[in-house]
Ligand binder design. Sequence first.
Ligand SMILES: Cc1cc2nc3c(=O)[nH]c(=O)nc-3n(C[C@H](O)[C@H](O)[C@H](O)COP(=O)(O)O)c2cc1C
Length: 370
Amino acid sequence: MRIGPHELSSNLCLSPLAGYTNLPMRLTVRELGGLGWGTTDLVNARSLLERNRTALKLVATTAEDRPLAIQLFGSVLEEMRDAAVMCQELGVQAVDINMGCPVRKVVSIGGGSAMMTELDKTARLVRAMVAAVKIPVTAKMRLGWDNDNLTAPDLARVLEDAGVAAIFVHGRTRAQGFSGTVNLAGIRAVVAAVDSIPVIGNGDITTPEAAKHMRDETGCAGMSIGRGAFYDPWIFRRTEHYLRTGELSPEPDIAERLRVLRRHFGRYCEFYGEEHGARLFRKVAPWYAKRFGPAKPFKNSMIAITSRADFEAAITTYLSWRTQFCDERGDLLPKFQPAPMVASFMRPAGDVDAPGQDIIRVPKGPVEVW
Ligand SMILES: Cc1cc2nc3c(=O)[nH]c(=O)nc-3n(C[C@H](O)[C@H](O)[C@H](O)COP(=O)(O)O)c2cc1C
């Protein structure tokens, strides 16, 4: 897959996850292999132009963190344009525009010409950004406001015409939030709407099979994974392998999970400082634990760590507690093994929110712009 001039090493992308897809996470995932394209958390264009400290931290990157797009959020044309120029100067490979749900006004004033007005405004903004930079400009959107307003195909066409180099589409409407099933037909309609730019499908990919299913059902050029990478940072490597060979590699064992958890944590301490890094990592560690099997004491102790020592102590105590659920080789007894992951769009109809399956929880945050 190509995004502008960039030929990607795989067609798998990391979705922006505000509060998580920082430099430590991106480096950790990249090191495991299989990731073709990374993205920052969303960054407020104005804050970036003002060189706000938090915004600068969000765009921090290194030579190993390539290829990378910075995701910008904002609606003032001049700010988005100038922030795109700043991204280019920072040396990243692309600028991604967070479209949230750009046609909000359509719904409140009744569609029709209102929608065209909004699309015109969006196209003007995008054209100004595209004209201001040499790096590709991409866009991320949902399918639309609700099932009666699936506007993503129209928007995608307008954006392609305005010079956007790729479209990322989360296969849900804004009204859906994060519930229900990802609508593969909705993604397929976006793929069909554009002429030549890649459309990257997104939503609920938690297994290599789910990525393949989305590709086969929608014809999307690439797949983007967000929450699936939280508790399975190996998902890119495993998926790339599966798409290339048809073979499913096993899920990592506990030793590998802890090795990567430690790498991730170590990078948090380096990047944010030990105490602040440890505090921030409190919300990351429980995601890893989702595939540990029984892990309550692990989660309870991780949410109180303030240092490297606390972190290591939590692991040591947890591993000794966990032996009661394992055989003599240290493997979890079958009845304690976590159930296989099944993406929403691969479950039998009616089983979408079945207990135990709805395990991709959504952390609190401004979901309306995701
Ligand atoms: C905690 C969290 C933060 C997110 N932050 C962003 C963001 O900054 N920008 C964005 O475009 N989407 C954001 N999203 C949406 C994801 O990029 C993605 O579209 C969505 O989670 C569906 O994909 P997934 O099922 O693979 O996670 C966020 C989602 C979550 C759960």
